[in-house]
Structures are given as structure tokens and as C-alpha cells.
Write a protein that binds this ligand. Structure first.
Ligand SMILES: *Cc1c(COP(=O)(O)O)cnc(C)c1O
Length: 536
């Protein structure tokens, strides 16, 4: 028997019994269980497993061949109606039928990140080696919490953590753990920093007898005004409140201003409060700015504060051939967030938190008798749950492993470099285009800009207010057309459009076509006398 059946050989006898009516006798229940067991992943069903998964893969591949734009423009009401019409209590005869239905409830109208006209958020086209990993890790279904549920998976994850820490130059005592995403990595970093700070405060005689809430009230986190919202959200989840986060102004280049940080930290210190952490961003979500890491690290150290670097976006620079140096300052970090599912071209989810001092991970360690008893830790059984805020956890590291083994790190870096270089070229195009205003020079692979043409007869540009009205409408109209997907953001309270470029195959012509679509849409909206009839 060949290992893989050809797609045209696929037979689907997987649901021999499809329905059991209420009141049917015990005999048919046994039959139902027998039919259901055809769906279990085991040696008896391996042919069916291959056939069913191949059908799914085949449907996606067919979709790829036939898709010519990133989106169809479908709205929520229609999708809700189509999905609502499915009778979930009445299963279909087989996988083929379910996949056919999936076309209309999902695949036809999905937003396709691999399309060259998708230029909105930090979603990457994914690499095929990682998809192979995804198929394997979900089938074997190892769970990363304990050694006895993972074995080699734990060692692969650990090896990749070491590899990442070395690239980030975190030193020999570094460690870390894979997480579900940058938000979770940031939360865990701040949880560790908080517990570390509280442990420090508890040692001071002046704080004797103070309860935890009184200690938490003293703590402050410093991060730039352009940093990711997960920093504020984490502070809130950690019982410190949004107000514990001090927003430090950025310089004109959207990097945190070290002088402003020095001032804010001094003020906090003089007020008798405790600077708990400085959170720098290596690649801000809007402007791709990399904060001046060395200067911020020195200030954090001067005040005894934790220094966390959020490199959720910029993490891919660690494998870049041309822009690696932008991450040099991570060697000074106490912890670093990296999102492999952004600039390493991995499918969601794949992210990690790294720490300089592995002992710090003990701030999240709890021992459960049924799972990871303390005796296991003493016996040095490698239970990753000791380092994680999750318990049952996917073996996401496998995707990165196969990517590095099949493609290599330099190849990943080359894909990111292409996107960065494309952004630079698009930046020049937009800067030279009289109908658009660029908010700032591109720093990584994003561009923030707005449609603001010169008004006929008048040397001036469209008013700020009119630009505020037309830009969100352009974005919505283009999304509804399905011909391109772009993002929007606000700069100093004003509405802008945003490209996030991560597709090494997108060309300057592709992005030029999006720019022309934005221009035509904007001109039409202005000609129609405003933005009526287009949902923002
Ligand atoms: C995307 C992003 C995050 C959040 O990461 P998720 O994986 O979406 O949770 C955090 N910080 C920065 C700078 C980001 O760009």
C-alpha cells in the first residue's frame, strides 16, 4: 500500500451510521459508537486519516489557485445568516460534504494574508515547512506541560529557546518558554517583574506588615506612548490598574525619548513610588520604531527597574542579513517578547518569552501534586509547566523547528528583509505623491499615511477635518470591494491609513495598484460630496 493515496482514490466511508433518532435501541447506539470510532486517530484509521486530511489540504490548495483578491467584501449580516442556517444537530454524510459546506461558510470569504493586496495588519504569509509542523503537532498532540506528555517536544522547545536567547545575546543563564502570542509574553514578563519587585519591597523593614495591595500601589511601569496596548492591559490584569503605566512621550521619530523617561522616573522616585519596569518596544506596531534600547536599559538599571523589550514585531530582525544590528540592545534586557507568528512567517500561534536569568521564571512556578509535584522538580524532571502560565499547551515550537531545519534561519531573515526594503521603496513613492501625506519615514515594514490631495484651484491640501472624514471611508470602501485590505490608525488624534508589509512576493507594482485604488476611491468619495453611504 502506498503511504499516501492519490486524491482521486480517496474514499469516504467514515460515517457508516449518520443518524440516531431518539428512542432508538441500545443496538444502534453501539453502531453509532462504532461509526464514531472510525474518526479516531489510530492505527486502524491511518488510511482514513491521510485521506480526510488530504481532502482538507486539497480544498485549500484549490482555493489558492482560484483566489485572485484578498477578500470578497462580504459583510457580517450575510455571514451570520449563512452560518446561522447550518443545522449543527444534523451532521453531513462525510468530510467531502462538510468541506463543500465550508466553502460557503468560511473559505470563500476568508481574508487571505498571502495575497499581495493584503497589506493591513501584522499577519504574515506562512511558510510551508511550518504547515507541515502544524499538521504533525496537532495529530500527535503532545502537551507541553509535563515531560510525561511531551518528551522530545520539551527538548525541542528548550533547544529553540536556547537558540533564540543566543541570537538575542541574553547570556548563559537565559531561559524562556513558548507562549500563545505577544500579549501573553508581555503579561508573563510583567508578572515576573511585578513579583520580583514585590519580593524586593518585602525585604525592606519600612514595608514590614504591608499587605500585597499596598505594595502594588507603589509600583509603576514606564513605556512609550506608542507601545502596544497589551502593556496597559497586563498592568490591569496584574492588579495594578491602568494608572500604574506611565506613558513616556516619543521623539519625532516615534522612538521613546530617553530624556523624557529620565524625567518621569525621577518624578516617580521622588514621589516615593517604585519604578517597577521599563518596557521598550523593538518595532512599534504602527511605525516600526525601535526604541533606543541601550539608553533605556541604562535608566532602568539606575533605578533598579526590570528592563523588558517587546520585540513582538521586530523579533524577526534577529535572523535578518541586513538589519540585525537594530536588535543589538536586547543583550541588556531582563526579558524579551518575540512573536514567531509575525516576522518568522509562522502560523498562529507561535511566540516566546525569554528571560536573562532563568531563576526569574520561578515567579510563575506552582507545584500540583497530580501534575508536577515538587519532588519532580527536585529530581530535575523537565516539566515546562513550571515556567508557563498555561497548563495544557500546544507544541508550537515544532513549526519553528521544521522551518529552521528545512529553510534555515537566513532564509527567514531574507523574507523579512524583502518586506523592509519594499516598505522603503513604497515610502519614497508615497512621499513623492502629491495626493498622499506620509506620517513618517518607514522604519521596518509599515507605512502610515493619509489621502490628502491638493484642492483644485487652491494651493492648499484638503482640510484636516475633511481628511479625517474621508480616510476611514476609503479604508471601509476598499475593504468592502475586497480588492485590497489596508489598516487604519490615528496619529495625534488624526485618522491615517496604514500598510503593514510582510509579503516578500508583493512587488512595488502590487502596492502601487493599492495606492491607485485608494486614490480613486478617495476622489470618488470627495466627488460624491463627502462620505455618506460608506460605513467607517
Ligand atoms: C502584535 C504585537 C503584540 C501582541 O502580540 P499578539 O501575538 O497579537 O498577542 C505586542 N506587542 C507588539 C509591539 C506587537 O506588534
Amino acid at each position: 500500500m502506498p503511504l499516501l493515496p492519490r486524491v482521486d482514490e480517496i474514499h469516504t466511508d467514515e460515517n457508516r451510521v449518520t443518524e440516531v433518532l431518539p428512542g432508538q435501541d441500545f443496538g444502534s447506539r453501539v453502531e453509532l459508537a462504532l461509526a464514531a470510532s472510525n474518526h479516531l486517530f489510530n492505527s486502524r484509521n491511518s488510511t482514513r486519516y491521510v485521506a480526510q486530511v488530504l481532502q482538507g489540504v486539497n480544498v485549500v490548495a484549490t482555493k489558492l489557485d482560484r483566489t485572485t483578491r484578498p477578500f470578497t467584501g462580504v459583510g457580517p449580516a450575510e455571514m451570520r445568516a449563512r452560518i446561522g442556517a447550518v443545522d449543527l444537530d444534523r451532521p453531513l454524510p462525510d468530510t467531502a460534504a462538510a468541506l463543500e459546506e465550508l466553502e460557503s461558510v468560511y473559505l470563500r470569504d476568508a481574508v487571505y494574508f498571502h495575497d499581495a493586496k493584503y497589506a493591513a495588519h501584522l499577519n504574515c504569509p506562512v511558510v510551508i515547512p511550518a504547515l507541515v509542523g502544524e499538521a504533525i503537532l496537532s495529530a500527535v498532540n503532545s502537551s507541553m506541560d509535563t515531560w510525561d506528555q511531551s518528551v522530545g517536544a520539551t527538548m525541542i522547545e528548550r533547544r529553540l529557546i536556547d537558540w533564540t536567547a543566543e541570537r538575542l545575546q541574553l547570556g548563559a543563564a537565559a531561559d524562556g518558554v513558548f507562549t500563545s502570542g505577544g500579549s501573553q509574553s508581555n503579561l508573563q514578563a510583567l508578572l515576573i517583574a511585578r513579583n520580583h519587585a514585590v519580593a524586593g519591597l518585602r525585604q525592606k523593614p519600612a514595608n514590614a506588615g504591608l499587605r500585597l495591595p499596598a505594595l502594588l500601589e507603589k509600583l509603576r511601569i514606564f513605556t512609550s506612548a506608542d507601545s502596544h496596548f497589551s502593556i496597559r492591559k497586563s498592568a490591569s490584569m496584574l492588579g495594578m490598574g491602568f494608572d500604574a503605566v506611565i506613558s513616556v512621550p516619543c521623539a519625532a521619530d516615534h522612538k521613546m525619548d530617553p530624556a523624557a523617561l529620565a524625567e518621569a522616573m525621577a518624578e516617580t522616585h521622588d514621589a516615593g513610588l517604585v519604578p517597577m519596569a521599563v518596557v521598550a518596544t523593538a518595532g512599534t506596531t504602527d511605525f516600526g520604531a525601535v526604541d533606543p534600547l541601550a539608553e533605556l536599559a541604562a535608566l532602568a538599571r539606575a533605578y533598579g527597574a526590570w528592563f523588558h523589550v517587546d520585540a513582538a514585531y521586530g523579533g524577526g530582525l534577529m535572523v535578518s542579513g541586513r538589519y540585525r544590528h537594530l536588535l543589538d540592545g536586547t543583550r541588556l534586557a531582563d526579558s524579551v517578547t518575540v512573536d514567531f507568528h509575525k516576522t518568522f512567517f509562522q502560523p498562529v500561534s507561535s511566540s516566546a518569552l525569554l528571560v536573562r536569568d532563568r531563576a526569574m521564571l520561578q515567579h510563575v512556578t506552582y507545584y500540583a501534586d497530580y501534575l508536577n509535584p515538587e519532588s519532580a522538580a527536585r529530581a530535575e524532571i523537565p516539566n515546562q509547566v513550571d515556567k508557563s502560565i498555561q497548563t495544557t499547551r500546544r507544541f508550537d515550537a515544532l513549526k519553528l523547528w521544521l522551518t529552521l531545519r528545512i529553510m534555515g534561519a537566513d532564509a527567514i531573515g531574507a523574507l523579512f528583509d524583502e518586506a523592509i526594503d519594499l516598505a522603503a521603496r513604497v515610502g519614497s513613492v508615497l512621499a513623492a505623491d502629491d495626493d498622499f501625506e506620509l506620517a513618517a519615514e518607514p522604519q521596518l515594514s509599515t507605512l502610515v499615511f493619509r489621502y490628502r490631495p491638493r484642492v483644485a484651484g487652491d494651493g492648499d491640501r484638503l482640510s484636516e477635518d475633511a481628511a479625517d472624514s474621508v480616510n476611514p471611508s476609503i479604508r471601509a470602501a476598499v475593504f468592502a470591494s475586497g480588492k485590497a485590505v489596508v489598516a487604519g490608525t490615528k496619529v495625534a488624534g488624526r485618522h491615517y491609513l496604514k500598510f503593514t508589509l510582510l509579503n516578500a512576493e508583493a512587488t512595488l507594482e502590487d502596492i502601487g495598484e493599492i495606492i491607485d485604488l485608494l486614490r480613486r476611491t478617495g476622489a470618488q468619495l470627495l466627488a460624491d460630496g463627502g462620505t455618506r453611504g460608506v460605513g467607517a
